[in-house]
Design a protein around this ligand. Structure first.
Ligand code: ADP
Length: 473
């Protein structure tokens, strides 16, 4: 099978969150399993891209209404990531510091999608499967099905994987003329709630829809930011597949971002040394349990609760616990988290920003990882935490519900139901008590470290989806 993965992120090339981790790992493991896999993403100005060599394999011009953008398709020379990596270079739209967040994001990602298809449609070989990720690639199934110039790709089965249904890539029909020519009677395939909706269009047009955990698929049938009735309509072609983790990147025994490597055999000593490194760097007390948070500082992650949780927990347990936060996002949450530093010196710290290395050290050196998410389509942090012997404290939602069971039920973590300050604080209270029982704490850590969340078995589930849609074709 020749599989194209098309996405906006791919670790280590360009990453903002879990989408990057998945598009960086799934193709590698599919390739290991014998498939021919190619990954396509925009060429941003990232460190990886600047430091590696590429060859131009195609060039063209994207027409977006009356605008024209020249582009090149660049192939990474060595295939060192474990698959063929292609970048779509559209300098005027993507030579920027950030991956997202620009006023012209619709134009940027639509151009990326059109350039990708302009290239794929001219290749000698027709791909077996086109696998799209999130709304940035959501118009690809429609264009393949309906645009005159992509007729050659019309019968290629497509998959849309939904990493998060909050972001849908909507825009007005006044920009319909951006799309390559198609039979206008098909415009209904683009529409949701009177607008063009990239994610909705992908859900309608793709041969299969997957979500990144089974429980998230159940949840979005009830509530999906307006798309719930559409998800119910496509139930028969949908499947929830729990993400794996890249156990080559996320391995405490080999991770060179840790201060000390460790395995299940010596994790107590290894974790303590990583914790001491963190505590020295961030003025915390290594004798006390360390609670951490890593992630985007947004309401969907429950990050708005964090300043109140930290203030309350640190007042209830003065000098008994440490809290460390790493993240960026909402400016008000960032300010509140920064302000707390003066009130709880020696027991609390916050690092505002994105820092891959520090994230690894935090998974390695923390005792507990807080994930009070309101929405969590899969969540990778809890899986990384468990692999590093850190006990996750989660709200039972989305993929967190699929992966974390409360230790009261002989499970691997601490769970609560509400996204509220009191529920999170109650879980912290339970963690403080648990921490006093070293044996029990270590048993739970071991349980987490032994869970197999590797991509090998997950890969097979995607292959089953591909086989099914190929048979239907
Ligand atoms: P989401 O994709 O919704 O942000 P996931 O749990 O699926 O959440 O994935 C988050 C990924 O991003 C993890 O690899 C996590 O370590 C990483 N991450 C999030 N915020 C930061 C940050 N500020 N610094 C470093 N890594 C981060």
């Amino acid at each position: 099978m020749e599989i194209f993965h098309i996405g906006a992120e791919c670790y280590p090339v360009a990453k903002v969150g879990g989408l990057g981790d998945v598009v960086g790992a799934l193709p590698k493991y599919q390739n290991n399993a014998g498939q021919l896999v190619r990954v396509v993403l925009p060429r941003y100005e990232t460190k990886f891209i600047q430091e590696n060599e590429f060859d131009a394999v195609f060039s063209g011009v994207v027409k977006l209404g009356i605008s024209e953008f020249s582009f090149n398709v660049l192939k990474e020379r060595t295939n060192k990531l474990g698959y063929e990596l292609y970048l779509i270079a559209i300098p005027t739209l993507f030579d920027r510091k950030e991956i997202y967040g620009y006023e012209d994001d619709i134009e940027r990602f639509l151009s990326f999608q059109i350039a990708t298809l302009d290239w794929i449609t001219t290749r000698n070989e027709i791909p077996t499967i086109i696998h799209c990720h999130d709304h940035h690639t959501g118009l690809i199934p429609f264009m393949m099905q309906c645009a005159n110039k992509y007729e050659r790709l019309q019968t290629v089965p497509t998959v849309i994987t939904i990493h998060n249904s909050i972001y849908q890539g909507q825009f007005g029909f006044d920009k319909l003329y951006y799309l390559p020519e198609f039979d206008l009677s098909k415009a209904y395939l683009l529409e949701w709630d009177n607008r063009i909706n990239s994610l909705a269009s992908a859900i309608k047009c793709a041969s299969a829809v997957t979500t990144v955990s089974p429980n998230y698929l159940n949840e979005i049938n009830d509530w999906a930011y307006g798309l719930e009735s559409l998800f119910r309509l496509v139930k028969d072609k949908s499947k929830g597949i729990l993400n794996g983790i890249d156990t080559e990147v996320w391995n405490p025994a080999t991770d060179n971002m840790l201060e000390t490597n460790y395995s299940i055999k010596n994790f107590q000593k290894g974790k303590q040394e990583n914790k001491e490194k963190l505590c020295t760097e961030f003025n915390l007390d290594p004798k006390k349990p360390l609670f951490s948070f890593i992630g985007r500082l947004l309401e969907e992650k429950g990050a708005d609760l964090l300043p109140h949780v930290a203030a309350m927990a640190l007042s209830e347990h003065p000098k008994e616990i440490n809290i460390l936060v790493l993240g960026s996002g909402n400016a008000e949450i960032e300010n509140q988290l920064t302000h707390l530093q003066t009130s709880f010196k020696g027991n609390y710290n916050a690092v505002i920003g994105y820092n891959e290395e520090l994230a690894h050290l935090i998974y390695g050196g923390s005792d507990f990882l807080l994930m009070p998410s309101r929405v969590e389509p899969c969540g990778l942090n809890q899986m990384y935490a468990m692999r590093y012997g850190t006990i996750p404290i989660v709200r039972r939602t989305g993929g967190l519900k699929d992966t974390v069971i409360d230790f009261g039920d002989n499970g691997n973590g601490i769970c609560h139901d509400q996204a509220s300050v009191s529920d999170v604080c109650y879980s912290i209270q339970r963690a403080v008590n648990l921490y006093k029982d070293k044996k029990k704490t270590n048993d739970i850590r071991k349980l987490g470290m032994q869970i197999d969340h590797s991509w090998e078995s997950v890969c097979q589930q995607y292959i089953e989806v591909y086989n099914l849609i190929l048979e239907q074709k």
